[in-house]
Write a protein that binds this ligand. Structure first.
Ligand code: PRX
Length: 634
């Protein structure tokens, strides 16, 4: 279904709420099904926390992403790959070529013993083989779990173990701006604690020598020599798992969000085509890495399901200079550009010349995702990139929602700075008060929850359904709880305020404060730590860590610097560079209640610089510690 006007949006929305089975059944019709569904939707939010979509159906997602298009779009570009270095030649893949590559990769996996349902961790640079590897898993019914290549060996090992993965796909190394990073050696380190991994398939990218463990590691290019270019697609049940993607929550350990086949497919396709108002000749560029959900749904599955052309970019916005995004847009005639506010904010801080040398005339639609986009960034994006002629869609969604939930449909429903806008068809947002009652009317603020299931909803958390039930479906029975706070403005448009739980959003990436604290506490000289977010001009939120050291506060500045560096090293080793604290304050104690609970509210206020409004601190176990922390604030 394609919505093209405001009245069509309202009609579709109404039908999706009144008769979801008819609405989504019609949306699912055009796909290739081996067998049609017996019921469109089932399950319940409370108490089970389970949803099913298109139960009884059989399909393969890659048949819908690739085979379905061969007759009409075989020679159309499916992927454009722009390498890190602008002097390296780009690569292009038609639907026919991508189909062959996916089949070949799938055969390599089969030849190495992969079976339907096996979990495969993919830890790779943003290169075409990453997309191919993901689709190859889907082709044969293996469950992919992509781990962003900025995570550490420990983080990979945690995910391999949690998913009970038996295969890993990786590369020799990756380019990131002027730097090259050895990827395979990070995997080697991770796998020292993962004996269940049977095979590591290594894609050659940088041409670096790597250690290959006999009997476990194989080069993709050696294996591909014996792999055919066709591969039958495995018939999957609608609710078989498609992928696991680990994401942070308010507890210490990231959880494996599970998405399944049919519902995710319908949701990715519907949201992609309608939000971005995709036309046949569009070139779509989602700058998110495939290691994040945005890359899954709008870098890969959504565009391919729609038969679109998607651009993959290996590099960073500032290499070789801060005009790289705009150069790539002109070079490949990108018409839909989808990025994160943090990227916009970092580029708008640099001279405008970086933008003015490019025409950007191919652009039609701009998108934003991952965190609230502030008005200043919205206007800069609109004026300098969109030249005030491209609608902007500010898309609110989550790893758990599979696809966009609240957003303008480009050029059709209202797009107002700092508002995500109206819900998509099928999405019923509500604002809840603390006691769980629904807040009616406009111009209201509350906890954002969703009232009914939609096809892309999380199915479970891998290996631990109770965790999904407790996190999303138990706080407010009968609703899916998002963890965000939101405001519904006078016109009924939603503005996302930010997380209301202990999750911080750094450059659009989610971390649990407990997860970072656990990492810091691994440092042998740390007794305890407390982590909070604080407003950061570029990253949205920065990470502020208060740390108590085992041997008392270091007295010299040099010792403090050494200690802080060792804390950063610990976090980098436990999680990865992306979770490095921006500020570390060494303290002799933390503000705690008499029952021992850390008063994060006070720590947040101090980190934000609001030291005048800390409230009553006299009931704390040790009120004097607050004055010390305020005095030593970074
Ligand atoms: O707080 C919201 C914020 O990002 C969280 C979801 O993070 P993640 O699962 O990593 O997915 C990011 C990409 C979909 C949300 O709970 N968030 C995401 N998009 C927006 C947003 N906050 C405000 N506006 C958005 N457009």
């Amino acid at each position: 279904m394609r919505i093209r006007t405001l009245p069509e949006y309202h009609a579709a929305y109404q039908q999706s709420v009144e008769n979801p089975a008819a609405f989504w059944g019609a949306c699912a019709e055009p796909f290739t099904w081996r067998k049609k569904w017996t019921s469109v939707l089932g399950g319940e939010f409370s108490p089970a926390g389970r949803s099913t979509w298109f139960e009884g159906a059989r399909l393969n997602l890659t048949e819908n992403c690739l085979d379905r298009h061969l007759a009409t779009r075989g020679n159309k570009l499916a992927l454009i790959f722009e390498p890190n270095d602008s002097k390296t030649r780009h690569q292009r893949f038609t639907y026919r070529e991508l189909h062959q590559q996916v089949c070949q990769f799938a055969n390599v996996l089969l030849n190495n013993g992969v079976e339907k349902g096996d979990r495969i961790i993919i830890y790779m640079p943003m290169i075409p083989q990453l997309a191919v590897a993901v689709l190859a898993c889907a082709r044969i019914g293996a469950v992919h779990s992509v781990v962003f290549a900025g995570f550490s060996a420990t983080a990979i090992a945690d995910r391999v173990q949690d998913a009970e993965a038996t295969y890993v796909i990786t590369a020799d190394g990756l380019n990131r701006g002027a730097k090259q990073i050895p990827v395979k050696s990070v995997v080697d380190e991770a796998l020292t604690t993962c004996p269940a991994v049977r095979r590591v398939v290594v894609v050659e990218h940088l041409g670096w020598p790597v250690l290959m463990q006999a009997g476990r590691d194989v080069w993709y290019h050696d294996e591909a020599k014996n792999a055919a270019l066709t591969c039958p697609a495995e018939e999957m049940k609608a609710e078989d798992p498609l992928f696991i993607l680990y994401t942070s929550g308010s507890t210490g350990k990231p959880k494996g969000v599970v998405h399944s086949q049919a519902g995710y497919m319908v949701w990715a396709d519907f949201t992609f085509r309608n939000v971005f108002q995709v036309e046949e000749n569009d070139v779509h560029w989602c700058t998110a890495d495939i290691g994040w959900v945005t890359g899954h749904t709008y870098g890969l599955y959504g565009p391919l399901l729609a038969g679109s052309t998607s651009l993959l970019f290996e590099g960073v916005p500032t290499y070789p200079d801060a005009g790289r995004f705009w150069e790539v847009i002109d070079k490949h005639h990108v018409s839909i550009f989808y990025t994160a506010p943090t990227a916009i904010r970092s580029l708008m801080a640099l001279p405008l010349d970086n933008v003015l040398s490019y025409s950007l005339s191919s652009l039609r639609i701009l998108g934003s995702v991952g965190e609230p986009i502030n008005e200043e960034a919205w206007h800069w994006y609109d004026q300098h990139i969109g030249k005030s002629r491209c609608p902007i869609v500010d898309t609110w969604w989550q790893t758990e929602t599979g696809g966009i939930m609240i957003s303008a449909l480009a050029g059709i429903t209202p797009s107002v700075p700092a508002r995500a806008g109206l819900p998509l068809p099928g999405v019923q947002p509500v604002l809840l008060a603390q006691d769980g009652t629904e807040i009616a009317g406009n111009d209201q603020e509350g906890y954002l929850a969703i009232k009914a299931s939609w096809p892309g909803i999380i199915r479970t958390t891998w290996g631990d359904h109770e965790r999904a039930r407790q996190t999303y479906f138990t706080p407010y029975p009968g609703y899916y709880f998002t963890g965000d706070g939101a405001r519904r403005d006078a016109d009924g448009l939603y503005r996302i305020i930010g997380r209301v739980d202990d999750v911080i959003n750094v450059s659009g990436h989610r971390f649990g404060t407990a997860e970072i604290e656990n990492a810091i506490n691994q440092n042998e000289h740390v007794v305890e730590s407390a982590v909070v977010g604080y407003p950061h001009d570029v990253k949205g939120q920065g990470i502020y860590a208060y740390v108590i050291c085992r041997d008392g506060l270091p007295t010299s500045a040099a010792d403090r610097t050494i200690f802080e560096a060792s804390i950063i090293e610990t976090v980098v080793a436990e999680i990865g560079k992306i979770a490095k604290p921006d500020k570390i304050q060494l303290v002799s104690g933390l503000p705690k209640t008499r029952s021992g609970k850390i008063m994060r509210r006070i720590l947040r206020k101090i980190a934000e610089g609001e030291t005048e409004s800390l409230g009553d601190v006299t009931t704390l176990l040790d009120p004097a510690v607050v004055a010390e922390i305020v005095a030593g604030r970074k």
